[in-house]
Design a protein around this ligand. Structure first.
Ligand code: ZN
Length: 312
């Protein structure tokens, strides 16, 4: 054996040893770990699914917190994409409007699957986010251990404790739905470059407050039209007056591994940049809201039909 040959063998030895050990110590089989890139996989649908190699959402982060009653459920796991977009969007809202803290509820359990609290949330692509709220002086409140239910005008009217927890003894404080931060969050979610929103479940009158805020801040008509289409009060009983539920599409890389999207398939990201204004990312802002809405209606009619029977 020539010296050159020996040195090549020596260089390859650590790699071969690692492969051998990986195969030997893995109980689930031989070759599988070699094909595993370590990223998460959402399997099945939102209501009948599982989650492989889940990403953990830290219980506290920049601009958000997981409230105590939800921490013990250990449902703060999601796909890499879901956890990424939650962390990013909360941080961005807190930078845009300092002082506010979002409260995050359930994502999925570590391996996904059914839970007593939800019909969905099974495959790491759903997240509950409590609405941002302000006090009587328009200052953001730090969320406590109980959610608040908001009436049609955005006024807090009732407590909404976590399942299995009691109503607080004290009266409901004079808090209000914080349309500014809630809209900021929604527009950030809708324009995230790494995760694509399928639905945002919100009580209908609160959708109106959000749309009004979006118009007030001069929102891009394409984002407005899209928000109008994707925000929806589901028909299964839970009015979503205390939290928004955001569902994301399967990540494209998960689709071939068993992830299934139910409902209308849009997959905007693939189309977005090729579409004519107002959908495409045109720098020109000469289009108007009515035009954007008409165009979106033309492509989204199946969504409208589907919404009638939509449940969480
Ligand atoms: Zn939910």
């Amino acid at each position: 054996m020539s010296p050159a040959h020996i040195s090549r063998v020596n260089a390859a030895a650590p790699f071969l040893l690692t492969v051998l050990l990986t195969v030997l110590v893995t109980p689930s089989g031989c070759a599988a770990p070699l094909y595993n890139d370590g990223s998460s996989v959402s399997v099945g649908t939102h209501a009948d699914g599982a989650l492989r190699q889940a990403a953990l959402l830290p219980l506290e982060g920049d601009g958000y917190v997981v409230s105590n009653p939800w921490r013990v459920r250990r449902s703060n796991y999601g796909t890499d994409e879901l956890v990424g977009v939650v962390v990013r969007s909360m941080r961005l809202v807190s930078r845009r409007y300092p002082g506010g803290t979002a409260a995050v509820g359930d994502l999925s359990r570590r391996g996904g699957g059914a839970s007593v609290e939800h019909r969905s949330h099974q495959s790491g692509r759903d997240v509950d986010i409590f609405y941002y709220a302000t006090d009587r002086n328009d200052r953001p409140i730090r969320p406590g251990d109980v959610m608040l239910r908001f009436d049609t005008d955005g006024k807090a009217v009732r407590w909404s404790p976590a399942q299995g927890h009691r109503l607080p003894g004290q009266p409901v404080p004079p808090h209000r739905f914080d349309a500014r931060r809630n809209w900021a969050l929604i527009r950030i979610l809708l324009t995230d470059s790494d995760a694509e929103v399928q639905w945002i479940f919100v009580r209908r009158p609160l959708i109106a407050l959000l749309m009004r805020e979006a118009v007030r801040v001069g929102e891009d008509p394409a984002v407005l039209a899209r928000a109008a289409m994707l925000m929806h009060q589901p028909s299964d009983g839970d009015p979503h007056d205390d939290h928004m539920h955001v569902r994301f599409y399967c990540d494209p890389s998960d689709r071939s591994l068993g992830c299934v999207d139910r409902g209308p398939v849009r997959w905007w990201k693939k189309l977005w940049k090729y579409m004519a204004p107002p959908f495409g990312r045109a720098s020109e802002r000469s289009y108007d809201l009515a035009d954007a809405f008409l165009r979106i209606m033309r492509t989204e009619l199946p969504t409208l039909f589907f919404r009638r029977s939509l449940s969480t």
